[in-house]
Design a protein around this ligand. Structure first.
Ligand code: NAD
Length: 487
């Protein structure tokens, strides 16, 4: 299988190569096969991309929002027409099952282009402020050159979720995908060009943790939006603070999913499975601490075990496959080491816990794993694993579970399953997180704001809220009379 792009980078409307950059091998996670060889951006490539963005941005910003929106909507249409091809590429890039990528990856990217393209005409208006004889008005103005840095779990979605609001506000973007998944963003750049985006406005450069700082520290960059881990977030935010750049931080989580004894148990089991095993557990908002009220624990666990053991693990390109490999060998090692810690620290292994033996080849597979009797102090209950490992914790009452759910420095998401709607709202209100779900989990349509609180980050993606993070207000005060000076 090969997925070699024309060149490593996409700058100023065309593919660009610089073989002086370190080689990045793109591996298909299901087999370990090298499917493409690319090069990390050299400093010269970084300069070229930022210079192209800086040059192109003012003219783009001067276009009407409607004209900009038309191009994004066209890009959305092209993405939908090519959904199969883009989904297969996403599966090669990430190892995620085609069953998922075909409904969740290019389509959610297209949603983002469609949404921001559609709201452009009305969403970017300023305001008029009467001040007696005088008045003021505000304009929403772009920031300039924005940098997007992506994680590897949703490469195409992340490239669009950052690109669409940045572009609609009149900015230019330089996007660096994760070194683990370099392929998808190049296609997004191609499609935007095909949709009519002027050259230089959406550039993609490859690279790793040594390339990112060249972008973050660059004097011509006004904004950095990172999707990544908390440790990376700390470094990027600190570097961006050096020149007071705007930042959006979409970071990790260790989110609680609380199941009360009056919940529809099958829905709660389904929600917990989606919130732990979708994308082989590589989802930032996953509800990895599943708090189950003690009286329903046995029923919950037995249904969960049966359904988990029924999941289809295998070839990601097979439409029937529900669980693919982890993205990389290193990620599998990390997940396996957490599973070993769970066992060593006394959690009860309900199912999984190993590498599936019926999957052949070098793929980075891990069985969907459920631990019960997990306590708050255990490592697996405190640290983000980012793999298919669900921790089930017992609880007795509402006040207790809220305090324990909030007992973490992270605050990305959370969920509550209950048939008592008053309680559902009361609990959601008290959970410290950016996005909460009641009687469902992990749904993130473009219409709703998404982002973290506490150390899971700041800033919001999607929805009208994202516009505030890719633009700023300019206030213009208009004096209508003579200036009354006391001197
Ligand atoms: P990571 O932090 O290792 O890398 C993220 C990106 O940052 C990569 O492109 C990497 O090359 C780059 N990078 C690393 N060091 C850098 C530096 N010093 N300066 C600039 N760029 C740097 O994360 P990952 O392993 O790719 O992704 C998994 C993490 O991402 C998890 O913690 C997950 O929760 C988080 N995530 C968050 C969201 C969200 O929306 N909140 C979504 C997806 C993933």
């Amino acid at each position: 299988m090969k997925a070699q792009p024309i060149a490593s980078h996409f700058i100023d409307g065309e593919y660009v190569e610089d073989t002086d950059g370190t080689v990045i091998e793109s591996l298909y996670p299901a087999t370990g096969e090298v499917i493409a060889r690319l090069h990390a951006a050299t400093p010269a490539i970084v300069e070229k991309a930022i210079a192209a963005a800086k040059r192109a941005q003012p003219e783009w910003a001067a276009m009407s929002p409607t004209a900009r929106g038309r191009i994004l909507k066209r890009a959305a249409d092209i993405m939908r027409e090519r959904n199969r091809e883009l989904s297969e590429l996403e599966t090669l890039d990430t190892g995620k099952p085609i069953q998922e990528t075909i409904v969740a990856d290019p389509t959610s990217g297209a949603d983002s282009f469609e949404f921001f393209g559609g709201i452009a005409a009305a969403g970017l208006n300023g305001s008029y402020i009467p001040l007696g004889q005088d008045f003021a008005y505000t304009k929403r103005v772009p920031l300039g050159v924005c940098v997007g840095i992506g994680a590897w779990n949703y490469p195409q979605q992340i490239a669009c979720w950052k690109g669409a609001p940045a572009l609609i506000c009149g900015n230019a973007m330089v996007f660096k995908p994760s070194e683990n998944t370099p392929l998808g963003a190049l296609k997004i750049a191609e499609i935007l060009m095909e949709a009519g985006l002027p050259k230089g406005l959406y550039n993609v450069i490859q690279g790793d943790r040594t390339t990112g700082p060249l972008l973050v520290n660059h004097r011509d960059v006004a904004k950095v939006s990172l999707t990544g881990s908390v440790p990376t977030g700390r470094k990027v935010a600190a570097a961006a603070a050096g020149s007071l750049k705007h930042v959006t931080m979409e970071l990790g989580g260790k989110s609680p999913l609380i199941v009360f004894d009056d919940a529809d148990i099958d829905s709660a089991v389904g929600g917990a499975m989606l919130g732990n095993f979708y994308s082989t557990g590589q989802v930032c908002s996953n509800g990895t601490r599943v708090f189950v009220q003690r009286s329903i624990k046995e029923t919950f666990l037995s249904r969960l075990k049966a359904r988990t053991e029924n999941m289809v693990i295998g070839d990601p390109m097979d439409e029937a496959t529900q669980i693919g490999p982890m993205v990389s060998f290193d990620q599998r090692q990390k997940v396996m080491s957490y599973i070993e810690k769970g066992k060593a620290e006394g959690a009860t292994l309900i199912t999984g816990g190993g590498i599936p033996n019926h999957v052949t080849g070098e793929g980075y597979y891990v069985q969907p794993t459920v631990f019960a009797d997990v306590t708050d102090e255990m490592t697996i209950a405190r640290e983000e694993i980012f793999g298919p490992v669900m921790c089930v914790l017992d609880f007795d009452d509402e006040a207790e579970v809220i305090a324990r759910a909030n007992g973490t420095e992270l605050g990305l998401s959370g969920g509550v399953f209950t048939s008592d709607l008053t309680r559902g709202h009361r609990v959601a209100d008290q959970l410290e997180a950016g996005t909460l779900w009641i009687n469902t989990y992990n749904l993130c349509p473009v219409e709703i704001p998404f982002g973290g609180s506490k150390q899971s980050g700041f800033g919001r993606e999607n929805s009208l809220a994202a516009l505030e993070h890719y633009s700023e207000l300019k206030t213009i005060y208009v004096g209508m009379g003579k200036v009354e000076a006391p001197y």
